[in-house]
Structure formats: C-alpha cells, structure tokens
Ligand binder design. Structure first.
Ligand code: ATP
Ligand code: MG
Length: 381
C-alpha cells in the first residue's frame, strides 16, 4: 500500500484519432512538471499516476497547472483482492470526516468478484458501522469516498480540480504579441491552454522605454513559461519605426500605423518560427486602436489568422484571469510601453484606409522591417 498522485484528463479529448499523441504529450508534461518531487510517472487504464512523491503539495501545485489535466487526487493504491483491507483503509481515510457521505465505486476490472453497487453497499456499510458520526446521503453528500478497482485498488476522497485544456504541443504553434500590460499574457495563456505552443514578440523603443520595462516583459514571459513549457521571446527594436511614423504620418493615425508595423513584423517572425497564427490581447473598444474599424485595419497586413481570445472580455474579467495565472502583479508595475511613448491626443477611432496608406507611403517599409528583424534579440525562457 502506498500513496500516489492520480491524474485525470478530460475524457472528451480521448475520442479522436490523435488520442495516443495526446496521451504521450500529457505524460511527458506531467513528468517534467514533477521533476525533483516525484519519482515515477506512468499511464495506466486512462489515468496518469505519479509515485514516490517527496513533496505532495508541490507536486499537486505543479500538476494542476499542466494543460490537459482535468483533476488530480491523492489516492491510496493497494491490492484489490483483500476487500477487508480496503474497508479498513477506507475507515482510516474517513475517520476525520463528519456529516454525510456516499461511496462511489468504479470497476474497470469487470472480472472483479464484486460489482460496483455491491462495493458501494458493502463498503458504505462497513464505514457506517465503524464511524458512527457519519450518515449516508447519496444525493448531496459532504464527502464522496471513491474507490476504483483497476489493476490495483485506488481509494480517495477529495479530487482537486486542475486547469483543463489540452497538453501544450498537441495543437500547433502561434506567436503572441506580448506587451508589459495585463491583457497579452492572459491572451497567450488562453491559447496555450488549448494545446498550442506559444512564442512571443515584444517591441521596445530604447531609450524611450527602459531596461526595466523590457525586464518586466521577460518576467511576465518567465511566469507564463511554466504553463507554456518554455517560451522564446523575440525582442524587436522599434524606436526607428516609431520615430519615423511620428515625424511623417498624420498625428491621429500614428497609433494605428504603429500597430500595423507591429503586425507585419510579428507576422514575419511567426512565419520564420513556423507559427500558424498571431495572438493579441485586444478586446473590442478597449482603446481607440481596438474599435472594430481599427482592428480590421490591423488585420489587413497579417496573412495568417489573428487570435484575440479576449475580444469579448471586460477588463475586470481579464484581471480575474491574470490574478489566477499569477501575472497580474507584474503586469501592474508602472513601467512604460512603446505604445505609450508617442500617444496621439485624438487617435482615429474610424481610421480611413487611404490616410493610413498615404502615411505609410512616406516610410521605407521594407528597409525598416528588415532592420528591425535583423536586430531582433531572441531570449529563451
Ligand atoms: P495589454 O493589452 O497586454 O494589457 P496594453 O493594454 O498596454 O497591454 P494595448 O495598447 O491594449 O496594450 O495593446 C493591444 C495589444 O497589442 C496587446 O494586448 C498586445 O498583444 C499588443 N502589444 C501592445 N504593445 C506591445 C508591445 N510593446 N510589444 C508587443 N505587443 C504589444
Ligand atoms: Mg490592452
């Protein structure tokens, strides 16, 4: 008998043809998550198990963050044929519980000498007899005592919900435009949760943006990196482009034109990185550059899909996710972003394409982009 961590994944994803690929990735992700705290990780009968765990709380903290994991529980693993031993262990497990309970037996070994209703009755009866403070309530129990009869028997009481989603690496790759703000780290996290490998592009404008502002973005990427299984950040020098836009384009159009340059450069990096989409943290109407008109003007320069997972979210909803994933505090640090360096007084909310194109015609777009790409710094986290 020993304690193991039992890890479950969302059943819905197991129905497709890529089930083995999905499972292999999930096992690999769990294995790397429990590095230094768990000895042995294996897949058996639609569950992943971790044994020889040296720090169970830390293992749970890490595994519940792995995309693709639905829930985990501390389970007692024991021989299944000695039913009395199972009953005794159940009493041990339930001895501090009060109020109501029910037994939930599941039997994947159909040759087992008792069926599930019988296990429920026998085990429930034994627990009631030995723990008189408990009553049975099969509809709304305070505690569910689960027993699974597989190769071995597994007993547990309180499953812990995990993040859900699909394992990173099971669903293609996308490139995140990562600022130091609240929204973009959340956007990247949400797409990665669907199994997408994410890398990042950050634009900075030294000396208008400081080294600390850049470090803040790298810190955010570092926080994301645990869930994203590593992240590569491309830091693009954006000062020249911003200066030229500022000097040569209509003031009200500087933001929208700047965003189109960001999009073009991110698009080029994404192609080089074999990404299939871009990700931004935009949501409709948040600022002038995120009106419906403005968003379609930025989309126009990308030749791949632009994912905006926060498009219908209010700021308060985005903040709640940022707090949950641990990026909020860092995002809230007050360092400048290149977007805030040359902000127009009256940014166009319904930008006209002919004015945009007229502004851009005054810039040597190809040379500016080539120079920015050439001087891009790549940082692996
Ligand atoms: P965030 O949206 O991350 O909170 P923000 O609100 O300061 O930051 P916005 O002006 O709303 O930024 O920018 C919209 C989106 O454009 C961001 O979510 C991000 O995807 C992208 N973006 C903005 N600034 C940068 C930057 N310096 N580098 C990379 N991407 C950026
Ligand atoms: Mg924003």
């Amino acid at each position: 008998m020993r304690e193991v961590l039992q890890v479950r994944f969302g059943e819905i994803f197991l129905k497709g043809l890529n089930r083995p690929v999905f499972l292999r990735k999930l096992v690999a992700r769990v294995r790397s998550a429990v590095q230094n705290v768990g000895g042995h990780v294996w897949l058996s009968d639609s569950r992943v198990y971790v044994s020889d765990v040296t720090d169970m709380d830390e293992a749970i903290r890490r595994v519940t963050k792995v995309f693709g994991v639905h829930s985990v529980c501390r389970a007692i693993e024991m021989e299944k044929n000695d039913f009395e031993a199972i009953c005794k262990q159940a009493v041990e497990l339930m001895k501090d519980c009060e109020g109501t309970f029910k037994v939930n037996a599941r039997r994947s070994d159909k040759r087992y000498f008792m069926d599930s209703p019988m296990i429920n009755m026998e085990l429930g009866g034994y627990v009631l007899e030995h723990l008189p403070q408990l009553q049975v309530d099969i509809h709304h129990p305070d505690t569910v005592l689960s027993v699974e009869i597989r190769d071995m028997a597994y007993l547990y009481t309180h499953p812990i919900m995990a993040v859900g989603g699909m394992p990173v690496g099971s669903n293609g790759k996308a490139t995140l435009l990562l600022s130091g703000g609240i929204d973009s780290p959340v956007a990247g996290w949400m797409i990665a949760k669907r199994g997408v490998t994410v890398d990042a592009v950050h634009f900075n404008s030294p000396p208008y943006t400081s080294e600390r502002a850049k470090q803040k973005v790298l810190d955010l990427a570092g926080i994301l990196s645990e869930s994203l299984c590593g992240i590569r950040v491309h830091v693009v020098p954006f000062t020249d482009i911003q200066m030229q836009i500022h000097e040569k384009c209509h003031e009200d159009y500087t933001t929208i034109i700047m965003r189109r340059y960001m999009m073009r450069i991110a698009n080029a990096i994404a192609k080089k990185e074999h990404s299939q989409a871009l990700i931004t943290g935009e949501s409709i109407g948040q600022v002038a550059s995120q009106t419906m008109h403005a968003l379609s003007c930025t989309d126009e320069v990308a030749d791949m899909p632009v994912f905006r997972p926060l498009i219908g979210f209010d700021k308060s909803e985005i903040i709640a996710i940022a707090q949950k994933i641990g990026t909020y505090e860092t995002s809230n640090l007050p360092y400048e972003d290149c977007c805030t360096v040359f902000t127009p007084r009256h940014p166009a909310t319904k930008p006209k394409m002919d004015i945009i194109l007229d502004g851009e015609s005054k810039l040597d777009t190809e040379a500016l982009i080539a120079a920015a790409l050439e001087n891009t710094e790549v940082i692996e986290l």
